[in-house]
Design a protein around this ligand. Sequence first.
Ligand SMILES: [Zn+2]
Length: 215
Amino acid sequence: MFINTHTHFQLYDAKIELVNLNMDSTVKANYYSYGLHPWYLSKDSYEAQLGKLEIIAHEKRCLAVGECGLDKMCKVDFDFQQEVFIEQIKIANKINKPLIIHCVKAFNELINCLNLYDNKVPVIIHGFNNNENIARVMVDQGYYFSFGKALLGYESNAAKAIKNVGRKKFFLETDDADLSIKYVYKKAAELLGIDEEIIQQQLQSNFETVFKTNL
Ligand SMILES: [Zn+2]
């Protein structure tokens, strides 16, 4: 079974696709997540959006809150990003669903926000492609990783990280890339030197554990 843990579209390429839906979307997917992405925060609308998130994130097929997080490379005021992120940590903990994280150059702040607000839900760093030091710190925090197209890059950070994070700690995704998740699985198997079948079973078990579902 193929599982795509983070995509922006229902692609019908994997049996399970966790689609990051826009909160205003009328189209639903089989499984999805809702969140306020740091790139698109607006001081005019964030309160209403957080209010809406708190309601719709309860939906049974909404398996996670996100993607949400922190991004120092975008123009949105960083303090404001942290404020909205903290509210999403609170919502995720209130409804007991995992957080899917977007994080760019703000890993210390990410940990601070999560620890300060006593986060208890699983944290999945999506699109991970950072160096070994950051990977180690994230492993120490007990966070999960979701690897995507960066795995395909020759000796990329992601390709190195997947070998060190432990099989119980990662997922695979396509995000917004024009790419088949099957190819990402193939690459992951190659990098880990194990059978693709084993990865499929492991990621199914990881998914069932973290998202509390029976597939
Ligand atoms: Zn994404």
